[in-house]
Design a protein around this ligand. Structure first.
Ligand code: NDP
Ligand code: 2IT
Length: 448
């Protein structure tokens, strides 16, 4: 059996009941086959793939907190420190009831390659909790965040591990966690990114993932002879990534006609009103029914089982920006039937493996999240740089650097795909380009 297949079987056997982790590993290993098989004995002897797919450290902890009724609640806390070959562990924290170890491991594994692609010195990690911030009071969210950090603080630091936001973790949660870290450690350091602007945050970090997605998408389309201006875009999600993806798409002259949340989706043929969406989601923390109520042109659809939501709408470009496995084979078929040209992932692993294959087989331009959503973590690394030099750069400086990073990522993955005989296969290009730097650093550092 080939080394790649052996390692995949081992990962499934050693990590039972973690389907998302298996899926992320499978996608990467399939892409790496051409690299590994050219030098199989060397990689096997060094157990490089076993080391790459085994986290350096996994931290599991109890998070007790008291709700507004005086009832004690207990959640699970996680931090997976996956790979520090090229820099301190870096990656977000996700607070969502679906969070479990397998999900955090898939996210941490993806983060290794994504962070490598940014060309900045950051390793891969991810964390979070099954805590659900929805419907909780600010005091309850603060109580939870303080308890979470009361354990996490001992495992992180500005040169060790630097968490940030992800689903369910935005400026409010980062603020509460930062306050508790500083109180316990008595150190004012850039231990988290996505901080508020008054206490060490970077301009443009809030916008970075969505803006970065559009910078890369525009460059990818341009290199295929397509202009993004005038195109119709379907976006899923209505959170941090979706909102700023929509904003930048509109600035580029495209029309965004959909968004969605966990309970329903919007079709707005006149184009999504981003200011209204921000008011509903960022300020009121309300459902999309409120968006529909305030806007005549918008249709609201309740999410029903088996219904395919935003992907049934006719569009040129699809940008999944909500969560993993939200775009399946049926969705891919609907998109292709409706004449989609490109799919670029804003979320982490939103497209199932069979849907990805269907899109690629049908010659749809497809970019995986570890390349196309890398703008968020790249800007987090720029926040770390600003914290280290105790300076703040202007919005334009950060945005310009972000844009250049995304352009470079596209050309890097495009070149890697061509070099390995897979022209236009940006998934293979991204995985190979991300892997090579990490593998070289791991080899140079010996058996650790
Ligand atoms: P947010 O919490 O801000 O928004 C998430 C959005 O997706 C919300 O609209 C939410 O609905 C919806 N959603 C979440 N989970 C589900 C689910 N299980 N089913 C249906 N809808 C769901 O998160 P972000 O925008 O930060 O993250 C979105 C995606 O982008 C994630 O995959 C994340 O890992 C990825 N990402 C985020 C980065 C960042 O910098 N924030 C960087 C790179 C990737 P509702 O409003 O009802 O909660
Ligand atoms: O998935 C991701 O890249 C993020 N949630 C952002 C991580 C970060 O450290 O900014």
């Amino acid at each position: 059996m080939s080394y790649v297949d052996e390692v995949y079987e081992l990962v499934v056997e050693k990590n039972p009941a973690q389907p998302e982790f298996h899926q992320a590993v499978k996608e990467v290993l399939e892409s790496l086959r051409v690299v590994i098989e050219a030098n199989e004995e060397e990689y096997r002897k060094e157990a490089l793939l076993e080391r790459l797919t085994t986290p350096e450290r996994v931290i599991l902890f109890r998070v007790p907190w008291v709700d507004d009724k005086g009832q004690v609640q207990v959640n699970n806390g996680f931090r997976v420190q996956f790979n520090s070959a090229i820099g301190p562990y870096k990656g977000g924290l996700r607070f969502h009831p679906s969070v479990n170890l397998g999900i955090i491991k898939f996210l941490g594994f993806e983060q290794i390659f994504k962070n490598s692609l940014t060309s900045l010195p950051i390793g891969g990690g991810k964390g979070g909790s099954d805590f659900d911030p929805k419907g909780k009071s600010d005091r309850e969210v603060m109580a939870f965040c303080q308890s979470f950090m009361t354990e996490l603080y001992r495992h992180i630091g500005s040169d060790t591990d630097v968490p940030a936001g992800d689903i369910g973790v935005g400026g409010r949660e980062i603020g509460y966690m930062y306050g508790q870290y500083k109180r316990i450690k008595d150190v004012y350091e850039g231990v988290l990114t996505g901080k508020g602007l008054t206490y060490g945050g970077s301009l443009a970090r809030t916008e970075a993932t969505g803006y970065g997605l559009l910078y890369l998408t525009r460059e990818m389309l341009k290199s295929n002879g397509i202009d993004i201006a005038g195109k119709t875009i379907a976006i899923s999600g209505a959170g941090n990534v979706a909102i700023y993806a929509a904003q930048k798409a509109i600035q580029m002259g495209a029309k965004v006609v959909t968004c969605s949340d966990s309970t329903g989706w919007i079709y707005d043929p006149e184009g999504i009103d981003v200011d209204l969406l921000k008011e509903v989601k960022e300020v009121k923390r309300a459902r999309l029914t409120e968006y529909a109520a305030a806007r005549k042109s918008a249709e609201y659809h309740e999410k029903k089982n088996g219904e395919h939501g935003v992907w049934t709408v006719k569009c040129d470009i699809a940008l999944p920006c909500a969560t993993q496995n939200e775009l399946d084979l049926e969705d891919a078929k609907a998109l292709v039937a409706n004449g989609v040209t490109a799919v670029c992932e804003g979320a982490n692993m939103p497209t199932t493996l069979d849907a990805t294959k269907y899109l690629q087989d049908n010659k749809i331009l497809f970019v995986c999240g570890k390349a196309s959503n890398a703008g968020g973590v790249a800007t987090s690394a720029l926040e770390m740089s600003q914290n280290s030099e105790r300076l703040s750069w202007t919005f334009e400086e950060v945005d310009k650097k972000l844009e250049q990073i995304m352009i470079n990522i596209f050309h890097n993955i495009d070149d890697a795909a061509k070099k390995y005989g897979k022209e236009g296969d940006y998934v293979t290009g991204a995985n190979i380009a991300g892997f090579l730097k990490v593998a070289e650093a791991m080899k140079a550092q010996g058996i650790v």
